[in-house]
Design a protein around this ligand. Sequence first.
Ligand code: ADP
Length: 454
Amino acid sequence: MKIQNKIALLFTILSGGIILALSVMLYFFATESISESFFHRLEVRSDIVGHAALEENRSRTSIYYAIKEKHLGDLPFEKHRVIWDKDTLRIKTVQAQLPMPASFYTSIGLHRPVRFSKGDTSYVGLEIRHLGRMAVVISSAVDLFGQEEIDYLQKLLVVGFLISLALVFTSGKLFSGQIFKPVRQIIRNVNGISAHNLNQRLTVKDTNDDISNLAKTFNDMLDRLEITFEIQNNFVSNASHEFKTPLTVISGEAQLGLSAPELSEAARQSFTTIYKESERLEHLTNSMLSLAQTGFDGKKEQWTQLRIDELIIAVKEAVNKIMPSNQVEIDFNLLPEDEERLVVSGNEALLKAAFTNIVLNSCKYSDNKPVLISIRADRAHVIVDILDQGIGIPDREIAQIFVPFFRASNTGKYKGYGIGLPLAHNIIRMHKGSVNVESQVDKGTRFVTFLPVA
Ligand code: ADP
């Protein structure tokens, strides 16, 4: 779950808990207060009825009822039962009709009303002493309005609770989304930084909060990474440079030795070996130099617009020089009609080196069997397809062939260093392209390269 959603959820649970507790409290107090006021109203009426019943003067009795009628009115289902002088028989009859326990009746008479409620009906028991006489009044009524009020309050609280939950969740999401905006921005920026643009930095706002500290920390780390990368890169470049001169001298001396007259066969053999091996080493150091340069955004300033079909023809010429007996063929049948779709923006020397490496591999690992290069284009890419009929690459090793110095297990009899393909791959990636490899052992290999159209 995203942190943004987690925060919104936590926020909702917390606020939901508080709102629920408040609603329950409100409901409880409202119910208590409504019931208290209803009991009080019933008690007042019970008191008047008791006094009226004990009044000997008839006209006074009617005054009591008139006051009750005029100023108080009847409660819904209001009923009064008057028991004179603790008439036990009458008490028993009333007891049989009403749901109160015996303790209700025994508590009456302690000069305070006794209350009881069952279902929606409220009961009060009151002892009245008037003009030297005593009577017990048991009154009951149903609080229809109070009940309605409570039902209404209940609905209001439930709806209010649900609406406030939805509001809290949405506002929590918006709120946390706003807070995490800079974090998402940092993630986007960091994703855009790779070995090729290690000089890029995150924008740090001058807010001195945790987020800007995080961006600063990232930038510091990138500074350190860039320095380390540069040191490593310079080391490889310098070492390759340093190797070049002695190697040229060695191969020159070997050639000189070979041209000496009256050379014994053994000496000729050894000069030839020295010459061949120094050539191979020279090729290796050149490749390492290029690999180091491509690993660090090298030669970006030498980029031009170039046509891939022309580039592939140049590649074929280069391959002809290195492996004269190759059988490379270029298929132009799939070329798009619009020549513009063959133009890519890039460094010609590097792209040529990349394709030459792939094609040379195809010739080498197929012992110069036919290699077919076809060029086509889709909406956004120029696609170069290089297909050979060679030894193939074992399935589980395909993923590693772009790793520097890796060589597949079936390459025993072929010479190589495992640098050509990583170099080609770096170059293609530098040009925002990609390479797909399909291969079957002893059947052949297909390299499909996609380069974005300029
Ligand atoms: P190498 O100098 O060994 O050819 P590369 O970097 O050019 O190094 O290639 C890496 C590995 O990828 C090779 O050792 C080989 O195992 C495999 N490979 C590359 N191209 C082909 C191909 N066309 N056919 C079969 N295997 C290939």
